[in-house]
Structure formats: structure tokens, C-alpha cells
Design a protein around this ligand. Structure first.
Ligand code: ADP
Length: 159
């Protein structure tokens, strides 16, 4: 079984993330979305909320699971018996950091491969932080995130 982990903060999940998840779910038997618990950075949504939002928008994808993790990604990989990390690339600016991470993860466990998927051109400008900025200042986030989570974002921003 070819199982891959797609890690990130997903605060919140965007249509760019969802596009990568859907494409990865066609390539791999199972895709595990790994939501990173970052104790240093308080997000808009807490970890359980992020997991639930991702579960809601991926519920029609039967081979996608969502897990949270803290610490090293390779520990989640071991736990889930996955050998492939999926990363999305938006621009050259993503490359240097991702290249370093891929080499480091391979150094920590040489059986792990990182696979990069290019962003869909229509989402190349999209990030969770951009969505939060737009929502905060009253802009329209339709088409940036799945429709069914727009109310959750608007409520959170208003709190
Ligand atoms: P963000 O930068 O939006 O806060 P994350 O840290 O949650 O995103 O990113 C998780 C993964 O998703 C990373 O591999 C990132 O490069 C990728 N990703 C984020 N946004 C997009 C997008 N619009 N298109 C393709 N990949 C993306």
C-alpha cells in the first residue's frame, strides 16, 4: 500500500491545499493530512478545529485521513507506516526551504522520499495567511477556501 503524508499548518485549509490533496489521492492509495501542532505560534483555529475543517471538506475522499502531530514529521510517518511526504510548491520562494526540509528528513530517515506537486496556476498566490488577511479586512474569500468553511472563518475572525 502506497501511503503518503501531506503535512502543514492548514490554518485554515485553502483551495490550494485541497487541490493538492485531491491530486495526491489519485496518485497514492492513502493520503494522510498531517496537521502540525506549533506550540510557538497561536493560530486562528486550534488544532482540533483545523482537523475537523479538513475532515469536513475531504469527507467525499475515502482514501484521505487527517491526523495532528507535534515534533518531528518522521515520527508521524513511522506511526502511520508512510514513506512518502507530499509538498506543494507555489513559487521559487518555496523551493529553498522545502529543499532543505526534504534533505533533512531524508538524512533523519533515508527510506523517506519527498514528492513535490506544483500548485495549480489558479492557486499560486494563495496561502492561509493571505486568506486570513483578506477576511480580516472584509474582503471576499469565496473561491479561496471551500464554500462550506467560509462561515467558520468569518465567525472566528469576528471573535
Ligand atoms: P500556508 O503557506 O498556506 O500557510 P501550510 O504551511 O499549511 O500553508 O502548507 C502546507 C503545504 O501546502 C506546503 O507544502 C505548502 O507548500 C503547500 N501549499 C500551500 N498553499 C498552496 C497552494 N496554493 N498551492 C499548492 N501548494 C500549497
Amino acid at each position: 500500500m502506497k501511503r503518503a503524508v501531506y503535512p502543514g499548518s492548514f490554518d485554515p485549509i485553502t483551495n490550494g491545499h485541497l487541490d493538492i490533496i485531491k491530486r495526491a489521492a489519485k496518485v497514492f492509495d492513502e493520503v494522510i493530512v498531517g496537521v502540525l501542532v506549533n506550540v510557538e505560534k497561536k493560530g486562528l483555529f486550534d488544532i482540533d478545529e483545523r482537523v475537523k475543517l479538513i475532515e469536513r471538506v475531504t469527507k467525499s475522499l475515502s482514501n484521505v485521513k487527517v491526523r495532528s502531530y507535534d515534533g518531528l514529521l518522521i515520527n508521524l510517518m513511522k506511526q502511520e507506516e508512510a514513506k512518502v511526504i507530499i509538498k506543494g510548491l507555489r513559487a521559487v520562494s518555496d523551493f529553498e526551504y522545502e529543499f532543505q526540509m526534504a534533505l533533512m528528513n531524508n538524512k533523519l530517515d533515508s527510506t523517506i522520499e519527498t514528492v513535490f506537486m506544483m500548485t495549480n496556476a489558479q492557486y499560486s498566490y494563495l496561502s492561509s495567511s493571505a486568506v486570513k488577511q483578506v477576511a480580516k479586512f472584509g474582503g471576499c474569500i469565496k473561491e479561496l477556501v471551500p464554500d462550506e468553511i467560509i462561515p467558520d472563518i468569518m465567525i472566528k475572525i469576528g471573535e
